[in-house]
Write a protein that binds this ligand. Structure first.
Ligand code: PHB
Length: 389
């Protein structure tokens, strides 16, 4: 009698342990690291909202596995913080995939963690070319500055813009943007009449804009990280650059959909090249914008959000190919070459670089029915990152 009771308890305990084990194996945990507070919080909010939207629209399981997202706020400024959070997510939370990464220095600092732990790392936001070289476990669903800057350089060269003054934020993507613009614009006969780099944190653009105005260029090329465009636009108008007939061009970060509508008159006419506009005319994008705005009152999806949304798509579709398994390199290999139609248009994960190939659209800020949008008027199809060595 006693024996039976013990046996029953033991069986029950074993059963419980098995149940817990089976449950853990039935879940794919994704460690999502984003700047949810601090100067780049708009990126974190956009990417998180899109990740949640993808799950809401596609279900909480993929290939029979429950998808669990563990969100960590790295506050966006300290690479060591992002790296530590990644280590904790892997060791303590046992995440199978790392994702997010709002800024280049944060992604780069974390790359060795992905390599050492053999954990796939989906870069959903940061945009310098070198990031994908930092670890064979990195896949990117955002963009590169070289994609956008090379396209606006070619457009400027054939649009009667002869003299350009460049202003970029003084960190890796700004430098990538500046170099790509110069190497596309100068060989086509353009002249760079001045180049300045603004501090990443709390920039005061006035003195930079004054120097740009004094150089009397046809256009100012500007790169600022997502979120900083409004202050720049205001000062561009106040300093009289627009009044002096100086055009404003650049990658589309400066006319970020998250804040574009609030920029008002000074933003109108800005011409940028970029991979996503909330005004992109496709059925996939109309459905995306509508669902995003419904789920996030008062927010318009920007380019960062689409990196998050497509990052989730890549995870879901790759899990379907691996039968729900995430064993490091096999997962990365299964993701290589994937193509799909994103809200931004057609995209592909290049098998050799693990980076994203996509259309780059040329857009002009216009007032559409009382709201400001980046209205696409031309495109270069399926641009591979030109910054890969
Ligand atoms: C980056 O850090 O790579 C970055 C940040 C903001 C942007 C683009 C790139 O808008």
């Amino acid at each position: 009698m006693r024996m039976t009771r013990y046996a029953t308890l033991a069986t029950l305990a074993a059963g419980l342990a098995l149940g817990a084990g089976a449950r853990a194996q039935d879940t794919v945990k994704i460690g999502l690291i984003l700047p949810m507070t601090g100067p780049f919080a708009s990126t974190g909010k956009q990417v998180e909202a899109a990740v949640r939207l993808y799950i809401a629209r596609n279900g909480g399981t993929a290939a029979g596995k429950k998808i669990e997202v563990i969100l960590k706020d790295d506050t966006g400024v300290q690479p060591e913080t992002t790296k530590r959070l990644a280590q904790e997510l892997i060791v303590q939370d046992k995440v199978a995939i790392l994702a997010g990464f709002g800024l280049t220095p944060l992604a780069r600092a974390t790359a060795p963690v992905a390599t050492e732990a053999k954990v796939p790392m989906i870069v959903m936001a940061a945009g310098t070319s070198i990031i994908t070289n930092d670890s064979p476990f990195i896949l990117r669903t955002s963009f590169t500055l070289a994609q956008s800057a090379s396209v606006i350089a070619a457009w400027a060269a054939k649009s009667n813009i002869k003299k350009v003054f460049t202003i970029v934020s003084d960190f890796a993507p700004g430098i990538d943007g500046e170099n790509s613009f110069k190497s596309g614009f100068a060989p086509s006969g353009g002249t760079i009449v001045g180049e300045l780099r603004t501090p990443l944190q709390n920039p005061d653009f006035a003195p930079f804009l004054q120097r740009a105005k004094d150089a009397a260029p046809d256009a100012v090329f500007v790169f600022l990280p997502s979120g900083q465009g409004a202050a720049f636009m205001k000062q561009f108008a106040e300093r009289g650059l627009a009044g002096a007939g100086i055009k404003l061009i650049g990658p589309g970060d400066v006319t970020d959909d998250d804040i574009l509508n609030g920029m008002g008159q000074p933003a109108i006419g800005t011409i940028t090249a970029h991979f996503y506009s909330a005004a992109h005319d496709s059925k996939e994008n109309k459905a995306y914008v509508e669902a995003f705005e419904k789920a996030n009152a008062g927010m318009r999806p920007n380019f960062m959000s689409v990196g998050g949304y497509d990052g989730m798509h890549l995870i879901y579709e790759t899990l379907k190919k691996t039968g729900g398994k995430v064993d490091g390199m096999a997962f990365v290999d299964a993701a290589k070459g994937m193509t799909w139609t994103s809200p931004r248009g057609p995209v592909k994960i290049e098998p050799d670089t693990r980076d994203i190939t996509q259309n780059i659209y040329i857009r002009k800020v216009e007032n559409v029915g009382g709201k400001l949008y980046n209205v696409e008027f031309d495109k270069v199809e399926m641009v591979k990152d030109p910054g890969k060595k």
